[in-house]
Design a protein around this ligand. Structure first.
Ligand SMILES: Cc1cc2nc3c(=O)[nH]c(=O)nc-3n(C[C@H](O)[C@H](O)[C@H](O)COP(=O)(O)OP(=O)(O)OC[C@H]3O[C@@H](n4cnc5c(N)ncnc54)[C@H](O)[C@@H]3O)c2cc1C
Length: 130
């Protein structure tokens, strides 16, 4: 018999074929553990302080906030070099999510934000991959 789905955080798996939850337990014959993965920085833990991650909706909202904030800062920045630096987005990784993000950034800077900013030339926004 297959149970589920139900929503609870598994805390421990016992050798007696039981999964413990915060508020209960469940016996099983066969157990499939598929808890997903966390963002890895591939040995570059120093990136953690700077790099926005993209695993959850909250991550997406935070990334969007940072991008908009960078554009708004660039709009008010008189020094061209500093403005260029504010409009340089680095995407770490070259998987499908990174490619999607690069294309979304290009759309955002080239199309969506075009009417919102007067001082900056949106074609100056660049996103080198690393
Ligand atoms: C932004 C983004 C875009 C993507 N786009 C695509 C795409 O277009 N095409 C594609 O094929 N793939 C895409 N992927 C990759 C795809 O989402 C993952 O490869 C896939 O979701 C992995 O599946 P999974 O079941 O291993 O893990 P997950 O989908 O991460 O599922 C793991 C589940 O386990 C739960 N869990 C963790 N710990 C516990 C616990 N202790 N107790 C109970 N539950 C727990 C988590 O809450 C989660 O629901 C994308 C990923 C991201 C981040």
């Amino acid at each position: 018999m297959v149970y589920g789905p139900f929503y609870a955080t598994a805390c421990r798996v016992l050798e007696t074929r039981k999964v413990l939850f915060r508020d209960g337990e469940l016996s099983y014959d066969y157990l499939v553990l598929a808890t997903g993965a966390e963002t890895t920085h591939f040995g570059h833990d120093q990136w953690r302080a700077w790099a926005a991650t993209l695993k959850t909706i909250e991550d997406g909202v935070e990334m969007r906030r940072r991008i908009h904030f960078a554009f708004e800062q660039a709009e008010r920045e008189p020094a061209q070099e500093e403005r260029k630096s504010l409009l340089t987005f680095v995407i770490g990784g070259g998987g499908s999510t990174s490619v999607e993000l690069a294309s979304a950034l290009a759309d955002l800077s080239g199309q969506v934000m075009r009417k919102d900013f007067r001082s900056i030339r949106l074609r100056d926004a660049q996103n080198p991959a690393c």
